[in-house]
Design a binder for this molecule. Structure first.
Ligand code: DC
Length: 219
């Protein structure tokens, strides 16, 4: 298989994929795809009662991503919907929709369109196993549910959202189970993925390991 210039970072919720993807994109000047946000956008428009075709067209035409001070802003036309998309309410609908074949198919080409020859970092659940099977480098990033719940707690608190730790741990465990036991594109490491368990690692350590792998594969 011809390998393309993509680093895939798959793993469960709040494993630190997003932060790692941003750091790698920044370091190597690669484009970035947060595929979870596409599932969340799907959920957002689904809640507005749009059809799958209308949703795909909205994502293609009305949505823009702005990278500001190392943070993504997601705009629906000129409306900043970032905080709402990151909420646990939307995450639940996204998780439910992500088990549907039509939804995954609608998002497949949208995700492939993010490819850039100069390099792309794609994070999600099935980047290495389905969407970018032909990626040069595949990472599977994980951490214990408790560590991930704590990270998500801090993230949501920073956004000014109310959170309850036991409920968050329960939600994360439930979503893990759904994401990894679903029939379509279950959350699994690709055969050739480098598995990194970050439970006892700092972001810097994870970044350093990944950076060295990118250098080895790309340079
Ligand atoms: O990474 P996240 O929490 O933003 O993802 C939101 C939901 O979308 C999550 O329940 C799993 C789903 N998802 C998926 O099925 N495949 C992807 N590549 C990315 C996300």
């Amino acid at each position: 298989m011809n390998k393309i210039n993509v680093v895939t970072i798959d793993g469960p919720s709040a494993s630190g994929k997003g932060e790692l993807a941003k750091s790698i994109a920044h370091q190597f000047n690669f484009k970035i795809l947060d595929s979870g946000i596409l599932y969340r956008l799907f959920a957002y428009f689904f809640n507005l009662k749009l059809s799958n075709e209308e949703i795909a067209s909205k994502i293609n035409n009305d949505i823009s991503f702005e990278l500001k001070e190392d943070n993504f802003k997601i705009l629906n036309q000129s409306d900043d919907i970032t905080n709402y998309l990151r909420s646990e309410d939307i995450a639940k609908v996204a998780s439910m929709l992500s088990s549907q074949k039509e939804v995954r198919e609608s998002l497949f080409q949208i995700q492939r369109n993010f490819y850039d020859k100069k390099g792309l970092v794609a994070d999600g659940r099935d980047m290495g196993t389905v969407v970018f099977k032909d990626a040069k480098l595949k990472i599977f990033l994980t951490a214990s549910p408790e560590v991930r719940a704590k990270r998500r707690y801090l993230e949501l608190q920073n956004r000014g959202q109310e959170v309850n730790m036991p409920a968050l741990i329960a939600d994360i465990k439930e979503r893990d189970l759904k994401d990894s036991s679903r029939e379509l594109s279950p959350l699994l490491p690709a055969d050739e993925a480098h598995i990194i368990d970050s439970s006892d690692m700092s972001l810097e350590e994870v970044f350093s390991i990944t950076k060295n792998l990118v250098k080895k594969e790309f340079i």
